[in-house]
Design a protein around this ligand. Structure first.
Ligand SMILES: [Fe+2]
Length: 366
C-alpha cells in the first residue's frame, strides 16, 4: 500500500485528570481568534449521559463564551441532523470559533461532520465518500468518554442518509480532530461489559490490518502497539482499573490510526452484516463474528475466548439460528458487499472461498 502523506492530530493532552486541561485548551484557541478579531464562541457537544454530572457542570460554568448542547447518543447520526445543527449555528449569524465533542463515537462523529459542514457549501450528504471535503472545517477538540471505537483518531465520521439509506462517512483529512483530551478517568462510569466490548473493537482495529495482505509499516506499527496494549488489559484482574482504563484509551487511539491508514479484514465485514440485518450493536457483533471464525483467526479467537471467560462477560448465543432464507440472503449480501477488506483478508480468490454456503455456515455458528 502506498501512502504519500499522513495527516495527524496536533496536540494531545493525555493522562488521569487531563480533562481539567480542557478550559486551557479552549482559552488558547479563543486567544488566537481574538487576535484575529474573529468569533471566540465555542460550542460544546456532550453526550446527554453527562447532563447531570455535577463536576463537569461546575467546570463548564468557569468557561467563557461557550454554549453547551446535549446529544442523544442512542441514535446514529444522520445527514439531516448535521444539516439542522449547521442551520442552527448559521441562524446565529456567526460560525463558532471551535467545537468540542465530549462523548463516545456518536458524539465525536456529529462534531466532526458539523465542523466540516460549517466551512463547506451544500449539505452533509454531499460529503459522504472519500476526499470530497474541500475546505478545512471549524477547529475541533475531541474528548472521548469511551475507549475502543477509534473515532478520536480516525479520518471519518459515519452518517446515515435516511432518504437513500446510505451509511457512509466523510472520509477526509479535514475530518481529523485538531486536538484531543484523553483522560482515562472519563471512562470510569462505563459498565464493565460495555467497556469490554468497546475495547475489543480497538483489538479488531489492530489485528485485522495485521492479518491483511495490503500492509504498510506505519499502520502495522500502530496496530502492534494497540494489539499488545489490549492483550495486556485482558490479563488484568480488573479491566477497568486505572491501568486498564489508561491503556484502553491509548489502544483505542492507536487502533483508530491503524485503521485510518490501512484496512479491516474478515471481522468487520461480517459484523456489518449482523448490524444491518439483525441490528446487533457494532462492538458486540465483532466479538460474535470472531467467536465463529476460529479457522481464520486461531490465535485471536483464543485470546478473545479466554478474555470473555476470565472477565465473565455474557455472550448472547444462537442469534443466527433458524433465520428465514431472506434473512440469510441479506446477511450474505450485506457482508460480501465489503469487497476491499475481504480482498485484503483473502486475496483475489475471496469470492471462491466465501461462497454463499460458507458465509451462511459461519453465520450459523453465531
Ligand atoms: Fe470497529
Amino acid at each position: 500500500m502506498d501512502i504519500s502523506t499522513i495527516s495527524s492530530i496536533k496536540n494531545i493532552s493525555f493522562g488521569k485528570g487531563a480533562f481539567s486541561n480542557l478550559k486551557k485548551v479552549i482559552k488558547e484557541r479563543q486567544s488566537i481568534q481574538e487576535r484575529r478579531s474573529m468569533s471566540t464562541e465555542f460550542a460544546i457537544y456532550i453526550d446527554n449521559f453527562f447532563e447531570s454530572n455535577e463536576s463537569m457542570n461546575n467546570l463548564f460554568k468557569t468557561f467563557e463564551n461557550t454554549e453547551i448542547h446535549y446529544i442523544d447518543s442512542s441514535k446514529e447520526p444522520t445527514t439531516s441532523l448535521i444539516n439542522s445543527l449547521r442551520d442552527m449555528h448559521l441562524a446565529q449569524n456567526k460560525t463558532p470559533a471551535g467545537l468540542v465533542a465530549i462523548g463516545g463515537g456518536v458524539t465525536m462523529d456529529i462534531v466532526k461532520a458539523l465542523s466540516n459542514l460549517l466551512n463547506n457549501p451544500g449539505n452533509a450528504e454531499d460529503y459522504q465518500g472519500w476526499d470530497l471535503v474541500g475546505n478545512r472545517g471549524v477547529y475541533k477538540i475531541g474528548v472521548p468518554t469511551l475507549s475502543g471505537t477509534g473515532a478520536e483518531s480516525s479520518r471519518t465520521c459515519v452518517l446515515i442518509n435516511e432518504e437513500t439509506g446510505l451509511k457512509l462517512g466523510m472520509n477526509s483529512d479535514f475530518t481529523l480532530f485538531d486536538e484531543l483530551v484523553l483522560d482515562p478517568d472519563l471512562t470510569k462510569s462505563v459498565p464493565t461489559e460495555t467497556f469490554f466490548y468497546t475495547l475489543t473493537d480497538a483489538y479488531f482495529h489492530c489485528i485485522e490490518p495485521l492479518s491483511g495482505r495490503q500492509r504498510n509499516l506505519f499502520a502495522d506499527s500502530y496496530a502492534k502497539m494497540g494489539k499488545s496494549l489490549c492483550e495486556e488489559i485482558f490479563t488484568l484482574d480488573n479491566i477497568k482499573s486505572d491501568e486498564g482504563r489508561t491503556k484502553a484509551m491509548l489502544a483505542s487511539y492507536f487502533g483508530g490510526i491503524a485503521i485510518a491508514n490501512s484496512m479491516t479484514a474478515l471481522v468487520h465485514p461480517f459484523s456489518a452484516g449482523l448490524s444491518v440485518v439483525l441490528q446487533v450493536p457494532h462492538t458486540l457483533a465483532n466479538c460474535l463474528v470472531m467467536l465463529a471464525m476460529e479457522e481464520y483467526y486461531p490465535i485471536e479467537h483464543r485470546v478473545i475466548s479466554e478474555a470473555i471467560e476470565k472477565h465473565e462477560i455474557r455472550v448472547p448465543q444462537g442469534i443466527c439460528k433458524d433465520l428465514s432464507d431472506k434473512q440469510y440472503n441479506s446477511l450474505f449480501d450485506s457482508s460480501i458487499i465489503h469487497e476491499k477488506p475481504l480482498y485484503n483478508a483473502l486475496g483475489d480468490e475471496f469470492k471462491k472461498i466465501l461462497t454463499k454456503d460458507k458465509v451462511i455456515e459461519i453465520f450459523n455458528r453465531i
